[in-house]
Design a binder for this molecule. Structure first.
Ligand SMILES: Cc1ncc(COP(=O)(O)O)c(C=O)c1O
Length: 395
């Protein structure tokens, strides 16, 4: 049977990254390519206790169909949390629980983007979002990132040239993959441009709570007085990605439409996961839990950066990170990045993600690759970096 997939879906998986990642499952491979939370960051005992409690006291709610908007108590918990801690839930806002933040990108595109409409993204950006946008036939326009976030002149140029832009997609904290955090000044500038051009901002913030150095910066949503920002939050990196609990906050009218869109996707997010998340927020000291996670990531990130200083010397440069899960590394111009990543995975059994995976056009020139420090053990970090060091000597 010759399957005829839609044009938008047929072009989805970037080929270069697929080639490299197919080696990732080889036995003995040290993977710096994943983006998973650290296995030791899961609060397993708390989740075991909470799950038992729910199944003893409230099993039918956990097992029955539920409403699309999400489990009421968790929605209330999150509205309050986002209002009190981040000033990011306003009078005209509503909140919907989603199946991970990934679903927010999908629902937003479904709700706002006709085939050929433009979405403005950072360059580079998270591949999962790019693929969600691509799956609806969006026209993707990339804006370079400076050390303090999106380049404002390029953003204005993109907005000017693409009057059919529906939203600006940004990951303001510990951006995946670049690790860059947007300054407050830039957050304000982007908000002002969104207002000027009448374009929504989709603020994707799965890493904001895992800052292990420096000071928090307020969300773009907290600047929003015009119903312009839709905020995507997630429990994946602070509790468990397997539970698939995320949320969107935005103007009531937008959230109502996202709810209709979600109804045709998965009806509702898993009730048991939502109940566990709510009980966790209510019965566990969440700030203390965050501090524990941050300590794990601080240690691993510092270890990886120290090893990079030792083994990369000045041949490979990287952005120092203050949070999140990734380090973005830059090879010298004369070194072929794909060749380096291929040698790393084939000859040294160390998997990296080629930077092209995060570009709108994967054939564009790219000298960067992404490493992750949260998933490997400390021993694997040391061994993997030693092996990369051997490769660096050859360049
Ligand atoms: C920037 C960014 N947004 C969204 C997601 C999706 O997360 P979730 O597990 O909440 O769907 C990820 C996951 O890695 C991510 O890096």
């Amino acid at each position: 049977m010759d399957y005829k997939f839609t044009e938008s879906i047929a072009s989805l998986a970037p080929s270069a990254i697929r080639e490299i990642l197919k080696y990732s499952s080889v036995p003995g491979m040290i993977s710096f390519a994943a983006g998973n939370p650290s296995p030791e960051a899961f609060p397993i005992k708390d989740i075991e206790r909470i799950t038992q409690n729910i199944l003893q006291k409230n099993p039918i709610t956990a097992l029955q169909y539920s409403i699309t908007e999400g489990y009421g108590p968790l929605r209330d918990t999150m509205k309050q949390y986002m209002k009190e801690k981040w000033n990011s839930f306003g009078e005209n806002d509503e909140l919907i629980i989603t199946s991970g933040a990934q679903q927010v990108m999908d629902l937003m595109t479904k709700a706002f983007v006709e085939k050929g409409d433009t979405i403005i993204c950072e360059k580079p950006t998270f591949i999962g979002s790019l693929n969600a946008f691509r799956s609806y036939g969006a026209n993707l326009v990339g804006v370079e990132i400076d050390d303090d976030g999106m380049n404002i002149d390029s953003l204005e140029k993109a907005l000017n040239e693409n009057r059919n832009a529906k939203f600006i997609y940004t990951i303001p904290n510990f951006q995946n993959p670049s690790g860059v955090t947007m300054s407050l000044e830039k957050r304000k500038a982007i908000y002002a441009l969104a207002k000027k051009y009448g374009v929504i901002i989709l603020e994707d913030n799965p890493y904001g709570e895992i800052r292990f150095a420096g000071k928090d910066i307020q969300t773009i949503k907290s600047l929003d007085t015009d119903g312009l920002v839709v905020y995507a939050g997630s429990f994946s990196k602070v509790l468990s990605p397997g539970m698939r609990v995320g949320y969107a906050i935005g103007d009531k009218r937008i959230i109502a439409k996202l709810t209709v869109c979600k109804q045709t996707s998965d009806v509702h997010t898993t009730a048991l996961s939502q109940m566990i998340t709510d009980e966790f927020m209510k019965t566990v000291d969440f700030e203390k839990h965050l501090q524990n996670i941050r300590a794990i990531y601080r240690k691993k990130a510092n270890l990886m950066m120290d090893l990079m200083d030792e083994y990369f010397g000045d041949k490979i440069t990287y952005n120092k990170v203050e949070g999140g899960l990734f380090i973005w590394c830059k090879l010298p111009k004369q070194v072929d990045m794909m060749d380096f990543c291929t040698k790393a995975v084939k000859d040294k059994k160390v998997a990296l993600v080629p930077g092209t995976a995060f570009l709108i056009n994967e054939n564009e020139e790219c000298h960067e690759f992404r490493t992750n420090y949260s998933t490997p053990t400390e021993q694997q970090l040391i061994e993997g970096m030693q092996k990369l060091g051997e490769l660096v000597k050859e360049i």
